[in-house]
Design a binder for this molecule. Sequence first.
Ligand SMILES: Cc1cc2nc3c(=O)[nH]c(=O)nc-3n(C[C@H](O)[C@H](O)[C@H](O)COP(=O)(O)OP(=O)(O)OC[C@H]3O[C@@H](n4cnc5c(N)ncnc54)[C@H](O)[C@@H]3O)c2cc1C
Length: 389
Amino acid sequence: MEPFTGLDYYRVDEMYSDEERLVRETVRAFVDAEVLPLIEAHHRRGTFPVELIPRLGALGMLGANLHGYGCAGISDVAYGLIMQELERGDSGLRSFASVQGALAMYPIYAFGTETQKIDWLPRLARGEKVGCFGLTEPDHGSDPAGMVTKAVRRGDGYVLNGSKLWITNGTIADVAVVWARTEEGIRGFLVEKGTPGFSAREIHGKFSLRASITSELIFQDCRIPSASLLPGSEQGLKAAFMCLDQARYGIAWGAVGAATACYDAALKYAKARVQFGRPIAGFQLVQQKLVRMLTEITKAQLLCLRLGQLKGAGRVHHTHISLAKMNNVEKAREIARLAREILGAAGIVDEYPVIRHMLNLETLYTYEGTHEIHTLILGRDITGLSAFA
Ligand SMILES: Cc1cc2nc3c(=O)[nH]c(=O)nc-3n(C[C@H](O)[C@H](O)[C@H](O)COP(=O)(O)OP(=O)(O)OC[C@H]3O[C@@H](n4cnc5c(N)ncnc54)[C@H](O)[C@@H]3O)c2cc1C
């Protein structure tokens, strides 16, 4: 019998529609041809490949599951497959697409006025403009309800004061979706680059998600017009969490991409690397690791597909997304470590993609709700008791 060399052990592929498979193949070819050849260099330098932004737009990958306003309007499963393939390239690239689509375009789409939608969505979809999402603050990460950034009504607008930390795309964003405390509660605002009193600075020294821009946003007496309020965000933090659900959905899929890249590299290496006169793939302990990796990837692929079906049918609950984000990232993180072990010393150099994915997955474990916070969300769902505070 020929050994199984693929990445789809349960033939999950057969359960996707023709359109979904086509989308997946298009993104896969794009990542192979345009991302993999340059990503290690960007990772080393700690830079994001901005030249790929218009390509993501041209291929319809930005806000792809939104409808109208120049968005592709594809199924949630197809959207998930885009995230999976982008993250097979690099988590930084998938993070860019997630933030642009789920955290900048989605809030405008779901909570914005018609004018805001017409003004921003087509340009963001084409990748002509970049968006970011500012929720986290220096002193409020897992607990955004405590945020101190304030928007105070003054004349025909608001004055914004405060700061946001760890903001993906911050310094390259043309528009920031900023969450701030108002007299009526927490609200979302669109703050344009160049608005006096608004500045952004890049955070350096990261050892994870190096091929991604992470920034601090600072607001000092920043005057914004009333028209910058997202009127549909009157639900406050609930609206912000709805955006996070869109992004977490993408992370659940994306983690599978990073995991498959690691598994693929480890399997190939194990077959080629000879020690004690035979390929290390022939040793039981190495096989055990490879089997564990494939098993978890297969389970995660099935979890994603079902999650996508539920989302597409409008039946997904945010706790379903939490479970998939929590599980798939945790398993991808374990898989990356197992792959690194199998590669031995070669596992710590960027000649192979494994160490890059392994480091990137540390960010996935923490952002968009830490692993622990998703555990507590699920704990509350099944016990009815909140263990948060
Ligand atoms: C590279 C990167 C990009 C990011 N991009 C964005 C972005 O674009 N926009 C944005 O708004 N944010 C972004 N973030 C921020 C991210 O969402 C936060 O880091 C995350 O929410 C956790 O907050 P924190 O880092 O302040 O950790 P903390 O909340 O301080 O948590 C520290 C530790 O305590 C644990 N903990 C906290 N509360 C509890 C509890 N009740 N019970 C048990 N354990 C608990 C946490 O799980 C964690 O292990 C990004 C972060 C990174 C690293």
